[in-house]
Design a protein around this ligand. Sequence first.
Ligand code: ADP
Length: 306
Amino acid sequence: MRFLSIGECMAEMSPAGDPRDPRAYRLDYAGDTYNTAWYFRRLRPDAGCAYLSAAGDDAPSDAMVSAIGSAGVDTRFIQRRAGESIGLYMIVLDGAERRFCYWRSASAARNLAEDPARLDAAMEASDLLFFSGITLGILPRAGRQALLDALSRARARGRTVAFDPNLRPALWSDADEMRAWIMRGAQVCDIALPSREDDAAHFGDRDGQAVLDRYRSAGARCVVVKDGPGPVLYAAGEEIGAVETPPADSVVDTTAAGDAFNAGFLSRFDSGEDMAGRIARASSLARHVISVRGALAPPPDAALLS
Ligand code: ADP
């Protein structure tokens, strides 16, 4: 099985936690679709796992692509663009609250869908394709359409497409534009992985069932609705159900809980395991991720997921 995740990875600067030096920061690399690839790689060392994106040709781009490669994620579909660079975000502590400040408007990843032939080649070399509402949000209008068209072609050639709507109003010029493109994304996917809270807030869905129904009506044959500590609702073909989420021992940092959940669920794509089992594994991984600080928690003990 060959997994391809599509989107933007950024440099992340997070407080180093040194009280004597509040200006000490730590450099990492993260981004929703990259986080999912990172976890997928750890869960499935036997499978293909590649990242489709774009970076520049400067030193920060070199360092990021090298870090992605060192994490075991295949970088051959990360286009290197002359004269361009990568995006950056900084985590600023405001008491116990974490605020995210972004510098991403000039990121090369905004051009990741410029060449349809590149998209087709990467998708052709993969079985399971994953993208998000953030991937769509960072792209210019023509890029969004080019990506959706390429995903439709790949799907017609038998590839499976998974989509996390990951609604981020700040990336869109207005809420109507965001909703319209998210639903276009939904129309090209087989598997939708929305979050009840975000989707209800931005689409006005009254509950998880309404979220599920909206993605099913758009054409997704498999929908899994995450809901923080609440039960995960799902539908796959005619099968509909809910899986309780076991309570977390401690909630330290919920960053990337949804990204890790997606990796846990998608990593069992070819296993033949039933939906409830796949969701339980995804929840185990997400529970581990929220119990530690940072997006990319140290590799989970495989026993957590068995
Ligand atoms: P997102 O990060 O995409 O907003 P959620 O907040 O719904 O997604 O969380 C994703 C998954 O993480 C949940 O389905 C659940 O498995 C796990 N999770 C999140 N918050 C909690 C919590 N407080 N207790 C237990 N599990 C949680």
